[in-house]
Design a protein. Structure first.
Length: 367
């Protein structure tokens, strides 16, 4: 069905994740293109400029940490086409997960970490009557990891790219006369096995091993409904089971007795928005996003806790082409980052007054 405003065109505002919060979420794993009509090709480009900084404990000098979160960008490409009146297929290529930290001063100077991902998801949908659609498919997911922690015996890690598969299932209920759609999508966990090379002063250079870890099970609930003429209420809830994810490289575990990355809590992110069609060419929307802080300690590789954001977007449509631009201002939750110093103790280092700006452009072509 054609709705009064394309909520998935505004996914450029919603899809960029939580900037280091919400585990490693970045794209949000949006599959809404499968529920649209006809042939469609979409490209979304997102730029993220976070600022995450804090103050070291007085025993570690009390200095400013500097900004530990570099800027990053990502691109999502998606297309779909109808097979017949009841079936359609879609292909989505995105960057579902990621992390990037770089400490440039004080006790953690030289600590770096990067996780990069690519995923390709193939979906097929089937309409059951006029109101219900079911859909599902497979996803191929690739991850790479690098890290260095000079404070841990000059530790460094390089992981070879790991590629593994999972699956997606979902169902949607639609009532076109009031622009109503409710869709629930399940993303399976993906089990990775990665060859790694580690170097430390304690154990020597280029020691190779294999680690296993999972990316999490996740559930996306998306909804929209008309609330007045040319006005649409829309939103989503995403639940990701990050307690399933723990990365413990062999030598790092031996040196510290801990994982280099793990999570004590699962996360639930909420978004809500209001869209308005101004005329045949222009639509606008405002969004609010929220993820509750867990209240637990962060780590050098995940130095934030929760977030909230306000966003604005506009869509211009001309014949078969539409262009959406949007921006979100994010308030990133504060966290304490404990650092254990041999012979001295463990200190909580406060990360506070963190923020981020997300800008996005989506181009969609109907064929």
């Amino acid at each position: 069905m054609r709705t009064i405003i394309s909520t998935s065109a505004l996914a450029a505002l919603l899809a960029s994740g939580a900037i280091q919060a919400g585990g490693l979420d970045r794209s949000g794993q949006d599959t809404s293109i499968i529920l649209k009509e006809g042939g469609l090709f979409e490209v979304t480009s997102v730029s993220v400029k976070p600022t995450v900084s804090g103050t070291y404990h007085a025993a570690l000098g009390g200095t400013d940490t500097g900004d530990v979160a570099p800027d990053y960008s990502m691109t999502t490409v998606a297309m779909r086409t109808d097979i017949n009146d009841t079936m359609a297929v879609a292909l989505i290529k995105d960057n579902p997960y990621g992390a990037d930290v770089n400490w440039t001063g004080g006790a953690l100077n030289g600590t770096k970490g990067a996780i990069n991902s690519d995923a390709t998801t193939a979906l097929i949908s089937y309409g059951v009557g006029d109101a219900i659609s079911i859909y599902g498919g497979i996803k191929s997911q690739s991850l790479s990891v690098t890290a260095s922690v000079p404070a841990v015996s000059n530790y460094s890690l390089t992981g070879s790219q790991s590629t593994a598969t999972g699956y997606v299932m979902g169902a949607a209920f639609e009532k076109p006369e009031i622009a109503l759609r409710i869709a629930l999508t399940y993303h399976s966990k993906v089990e990775h096995s990665m060859a790694i090379s580690e170097t430390t002063d304690a154990f020597g250079a280029d020691r190779t091993s294999t680690i296993s870890f999972n990316t999490p099970t996740a559930y996306n609930l998306d909804f929209q409904t008309g609330v007045a003429a040319n006005t649409l209420l829309f939103g989503s809830i995403r639940r990701a089971n990050w307690t399933q994810t723990s990365v413990t490289p062999t030598d790092y575990g031996l040196a510290t007795g801990a994982a280099i990355l793990d999570y004590d809590n699962n996360t639930t992110a909420y978004s809500i928005g209001l869209g308005r069609k101004l005329n045949d060419q222009w639509s606008i929307a405002a969004t609010y996003n929220y993820e509750k802080a867990a209240g637990t300690d962060g780590s050098p590789f995940a130095p934030t806790d929760g977030n909230s954001a306000y966003g604005l977007g506009a869509t211009y449509t001309a014949d078969q082409l539409s262009v959406t631009v949007g921006a979100r201002q994010v308030s990133i939750g504060d966290a304490n980052v404990p650092i254990a110093v041999p012979g001295v103790g463990s200190f909580d280092n406060a990360m506070a007054d963190n923020s981020g700006l997300i800008t996005a452009v989506k181009v969609a072509y109907s064929f």
